[in-house]
Every structure is written in C-alpha cells, then in structure tokens.
Design a protein around this ligand. Structure first.
Ligand SMILES: [Zn+2]
Length: 312
C-alpha cells in the first residue's frame, strides 16, 4: 500500500514538474483509467467542479465571524512539505455524559484545548489551503492547524461551533451524505451557516462503510456523495475522509479519479507531504486527554517554536 501511494504520488509530482500546476489538477480530476469498467454505471459520472452550482445561492449570515484573512505574519510555505497538524474530533457533550468515550470530547476540555491553541499562536486553515501549499506553495500562518470533525453530528454545530467561534477558529466537517436529513446530524441549513463562517465541507462517503470491504460500492460511496453534497450546499467538495481511516490502493485511486484533490486518514505525523495527498496524517483527539497530552499532538506549544518533526 505504501509503495503504491509512493508511486502514485511520485507520478503526480512528475506531472507537476512536466506540465505545471494546472496539469496536476487536470490529472487529479481525470480518471487514469476507464473507471466505467470497474464501477457500477447506474450512478451519474462525476465530471469536475466546473459544473458546480454558483456559490452566490448561499444565504450568508452577516453576524458570523469571517474566515481568517491573510495577515503580514503569513509566510510562503511548501510546495512539497508543510508542518501542519490535522486534528480530528467526533462528538461533544458534558463531561458527565453517559455516552462519554474516546469519541466524546467534554465541552470544558474542548474550550481549554482551543484556548491553548490560541495562546500558542495557532491559526486554523482549511484543508484546501493546506493542499494548495503542498502542491504549489502558498502563504500560510506561521503555526497552522486544521481542525476537523467527522460524521456531521449535530453536537458539532450546537456545542463545538460556538466555542470555535469564541476563539476565532474555523473547521472542516466531513459529512456522511445519507445523513444530511437524519436526526442527530447537521442539516443543510446548519452546514450553510458553517460555510458562511469560513468552514470547509468534505465528504465522508454516502453510508460510512469500510471501503476496503466494499469495492463494488466505490462509485456510489465516493462519487455520489460528492455530487449530493455539492448540489445541496452549492460549494465545491474537494476533500474526502475515509470511514474508519480505511484505505487501500483501489479506494485511494478512485478518490483521486472522482476529482477530489485530497483525502485524510489517521496518523500521528504533523509533517504533511505532497506524497500523501490522498492519506494526509490526521490525529484523533480522544475524549478525556489533558492539556499535556494534547500538547504532545502538536509541533509547537508554548511561546517558542520547537524544531519541526522530521519525516521518517
Ligand atoms: Zn466516521
């Protein structure tokens, strides 16, 4: 699997060198092979983001905190490698919640973690901003972080979003497309509020299966979910999160073929690489961790930057 990713991403990098940045996007958005022979044909074929509905149809909420804007402290980073932790959360609730588990973060813990991130000088960026820096080089804050939330649980909107707003952070939500109208999950209107506040929305498949065990459903789970989310939200959906972090060479290939420019997995690295665009390393933050453990997930804590972790 690693050899495949290395070969795949090396091929992509060579494409960049040979044909320039636009060539990279074209190669990522176009199937390398005839995928119609490998996947069911009863679902619409994804073309590219050029067919997206205009974003002007979004209803903006003017009172929300705007997306962070570039400041003079942003510096050019990438291409190739960028030091940027990607954090992963799922559920939020009171510390005494009976459902408390590694997937539930107590609100007071989340508040303390975001307060620490702010104190340590972190600025949140979108996954697309990170990908742009990895592919082409782009200005980023000196201490960037991507804060992600999987599954689209309602408590992300009702509980985590206000705390994110309080500290001026924006996030990335990976949504299960079939859950858009389900109880306990964020609605389209809620997601539009997040988007208007500067958040990014990615796909977390249609039904959240382990894709390694469902190769006959890859078109449905990966391509159809993107179409549905883009149609419902009126914005590009560029990033994919593998359910359970499960990926194999065919799954990764299909995610790329269906037009996504990145995918996130699970991992402990904060060094992100163009060689891992389809399995960016993302650190789950389990419920119950104290600030000392939380700091160990990050390349910088305290006032003085520490040397960046070196890629193995
Ligand atoms: Zn999930």
């Amino acid at each position: 699997m690693c050899l495949y990713r290395f070969a795949l991403t090396t091929l992509l990098l060579v494409s960049v060198l040979l044909s320039g940045c636009n060539g990279m996007i074209a190669s990522a958005a176009s199937p390398a092979t005839d995928i119609s022979t490998e996947t069911p044909t009863h679902h619409p074929t994804l073309t590219n983001t050029a067919t997206l509905p205009p974003t002007a149809t979004l209803t903006l909420t003017p009172t929300l905190t705007p997306q962070p804007t570039m400041t003079p402290t942003w510096v050019m980073q990438g291409p190739g490698k960028v030091v940027c932790p990607i954090l992963l959360y799922h559920h939020f609730g009171p510390a005494s919640s009976p459902a408390a588990s590694i997937y539930y973060t107590a609100l007071e813990d989340f508040d303390a973690q975001l307060k620490a991130l702010r104190k340590w000088g972190y600025t949140s960026i979108s996954i697309s901003q990170l990908v742009e820096a990895l592919m082409y080089g782009a200005p980023l804050p000196s201490r960037p972080v991507v804060i992600t939330f999987d599954d689209g649980n309602l408590d992300v909107y009702s509980e985590a979003f206000p705390i994110m707003q309080k500290y001026g952070f924006t996030g990335v939500v990976y949504i299960i497309a079939n859950s858009l109208h389900a109880d306990g999950y964020m609605s389209v209107d809620m997601l539009k509020v997040l988007i208007s506040a500067g958040w990014e929305v990615g796909s977390h498949s249609m039904t959240h299966p382990d894709l390694r065990l469902n190769h006959d459903r890859l078109n449905f789970e990966i391509a159809q979910s993107r179409i549905i989310l883009q149609d419902a939200l009126g914005v590009p959906v560029r990033s994919f999160a593998y359910p359970y972090g499960g990926m194999d060479p065919l799954v990764s290939k299909q995610v790329q073929s269906y037009g996504y420019t990145s995918a996130v997995g699970l991992g402990t690295l904060w060094n992100q690489s163009v060689y891992n665009l389809y399995y960016l390393s993302r650190r789950p933050v389990p419920g119950g961790v104290d600030l000392q453990v939380f700091a160990s997930y990050l390349p910088w804590s305290g006032a003085t930057p520490t040397p960046a972790q070196v890629l193995p």
